[in-house]
Design a binder for this molecule. Structure first.
Ligand SMILES: NC(=O)c1ccc[n+]([C@@H]2O[C@H](COP(=O)([O-])OP(=O)(O)OC[C@H]3O[C@@H](n4cnc5c(N)ncnc54)[C@H](O)[C@@H]3O)[C@@H](O)[C@H]2O)c1
Length: 512
């Protein structure tokens, strides 16, 4: 069974953060020190005093090995638990080891009150801890995943850890996990098994099928599944009722029953269609999202919106119907055409502006940096959307912040007759909305420049095309939103990491 092991020096908060993490991921929490005390029938300081450190280490190894029989858990390890090769090999082959690290002063502050419970730190705390860190410096730094937990706010540290792990449990609209993991596709079969998902069928489009369908079938075969593959044509123009009804028929022909699972292997179009077909087939079957575009990893696969377009407009028919699992494997983005990657980056920048200034700064490093750090980009951007949709799943309030750049952007996309890609139109929309925010004194000129520079560094446009008449854009903004609404609600940037929802009546002013 794979566990999440938290390891590191005393005072890094392995137990405190571990408990919060376990609660957020809906997993059990195990404190290895408690397990040792239970096994030994006495508290650790007594074991050390009566039997010495080597007896303690023996109990530790044995408590660790007992985890073999436990279901997936978050495990807080003692600060020296992986000093022995045997323990280290066990932990690394039974889960992911995350090393927590914090500055000396912070560790001291956290340990001040309970160093009495730690036999190895008895005496002058600063001296003892400094020596321990020096002795174990090489050991601690030899772990590949090191997370710095220097924040005063423990919840912030736990959230940061979750972002690094790329793992979330959503519960505001249905219960499901969202996982980001390079080569995670290899584990799809095991995951379906562990979630009790049965009789999967893969729905994909012709482009994605070419690169990834065989691999996914192979991975599922290894876990004992025999999935059929339904391949539909690629493109927004196929996000329509005919395609949905084609899917329903294919599900019937494949013998899918109410316990079956549809796997959406593809971008946002594929996810919206498959999720909707799953929501209605036999009054609802399970579905799993395996997003393969950047946009679908950080946006479309999260939040449970499914549906299709009508000739009258995009996404006019749909249902809230969350998947049972979202598995994003950034390696799959390697086959994505560059233009699609760039387009998806508009949503990533948007997430940075909404609430992750560090993500925004990383985006500003440009496309090459992004291409080499896709896993980090996806993890950070996904975390922003998840936080928002968990707080406001049905868009009653702050979820509307995700519309940043979209009010102007959708209109521009429409007026361009979809010649501009979604991300390109959103980038132009964000730049225009930032300028408007500055014009009304909500943001400063520095923000306008930062947004434009970041988008340009990614190869995204920031100017409304010259030939595009403003009155058409304004008309399109009104059509896109509720027609009879006097004012249109905008999500406007205040600073990087903060947006404000505002109702705007005079749309001329928005375009300047
Ligand atoms: N449900 C939601 O909350 C939500 C949110 C945002 C957007 N959307 C919807 O998402 C859609 C846009 O999604 P998209 O940008 O992912 O477009 P898409 O699904 O059309 O994919 C873009 C193109 O990339 C190809 N492709 C996908 N993955 C690939 C890969 N790994 N390698 C090679 N080619 C690949 C596809 O075949 C397609 O040609 C729109 O319909 C939009 O309405 C939905």
């Amino acid at each position: 069974m794979t566990h999440i092991f938290l390891y590191g020096p005393p005072g890094t908060g392995k137990s405190t953060i571990g408990k919060i993490l376990a609660r957020s991921l809906s997993l059990p929490f195990i404190d290895l020190d408690n397990a040792i005390e239970e096994k030994a029938g006495m508290i650790i300081s007594k074991i050390m005093k009566q039997q010495g450190e080597s007896a303690f280490r023996g109990f530790e190894t044995s408590a660790l090995i007992d985890l073999e029989d436990e279901g997936e858990s978050v495990v807080a390890l003692g600060a020296g638990a992986l000093l022995s090769d045997e323990n280290r090999v066990f932990a690394q082959s039974h889960g992911r080891v995350i090393l927590l690290m914090a500055k000396l002063e912070i560790l001291l502050e956290r340990l001040q009150n309970d160093s009495g419970k730690r036999p190895l730190l008895k005496g002058d705390l600063r001296e003892k801890l400094t020596a321990l860190l020096e002795n174990r410096n090489e050991h601690y730094n030899s772990f590949p995943v090191i997370v710095h937990v220097d924040e005063k706010d423990i919840d912030q540290n736990a959230h940061h850890l979750q972002v690094v792990l790329g793992r979330h449990h959503l519960s505001a609209m249905g219960e499901y996990d969202a996982v980001v993991q390079s080569n995670g596709i290899e584990q799809l079969g095991e995951m379906l098994n562990s979630y009790g998902l049965q009789n999967p069928i893969i729905v994909t489009d012709e482009n994605v099928a070419r690169f990834h369908a065989e691999k996914v079938v192979d991975v599922l075969n290894k876990s004992g599944y025999k999935p059929k593959v339904i391949t539909i044509p690629a493109g927004e123009e196929y996000k329509k009722l005919d395609t949905v009804s084609g899917l329903w028929k294919s599900f019937l022909e494949a013998g899918l029953d109410r316990k079956s699972t549809a796997i959406a292997l593809g971008g946002g179009v594929l996810g919206d269609l498959t999720g909707f077909a799953a929501s209605t087939y036999m009054r609802g079957i399970s579905w799993v999202a395996v997003p393969t575009t950047l946009l679908s990893m950080v946006d479309a696969s999260l939040g449970g919106k499914t549906g299709f377009d009508l000739p009258e407009g995009k996404n006019l028919i749909g249902a809230f119907y969350p998947p049972k699992l979202v598995l994003a494997d950034p390696q799959m983005l390697k086959t994505l055409p560059e233009a699609e990657l760039i387009s998806g980056m508009a949503e990533v920048v948007k997430h940075g502006i909404i609430s992750d200034p560090e993500l925004f700064n990383l985006c500003s490093r440009g496309l090459d940096w992004v291409k080499n750090n896709l896993e980090e980009v996806v993890k950070r951007a996904m975390a922003v959307k998840i936080k928002i949709i968990e707080e406001d799943p049905y868009e009653k309030g702050f979820r509307a912040a995700l519309n940043l750049g979209h009010t102007v952007g959708h209109a521009i996309e429409l007026v361009s007759k979809f010649k501009l890609r979604h991300g390109e139109a959103i980038a132009i929309g964000m730049a225009a909305e930032a300028k408007y925010a500055a014009r009304i004194g909500l943001a400063d000129a520095g923000l306008v420049e930062a947004v434009a520079e970041s988008l340009k560094a990614l190869g995204l446009p920031v100017q409304i095309p010259e030939e595009m008449p403003h009155d058409e854009i304004i008309r399109a903004m009104r059509v896109d939103k509720k027609k009879n609404a006097k004012a249109i609600r905008f999500a406007l940037p205040v600073e990087i990491g903060k947006v404000k929802l505002m109702d705007v009546i005079d749309l001329e002013l928005v375009l300047g």
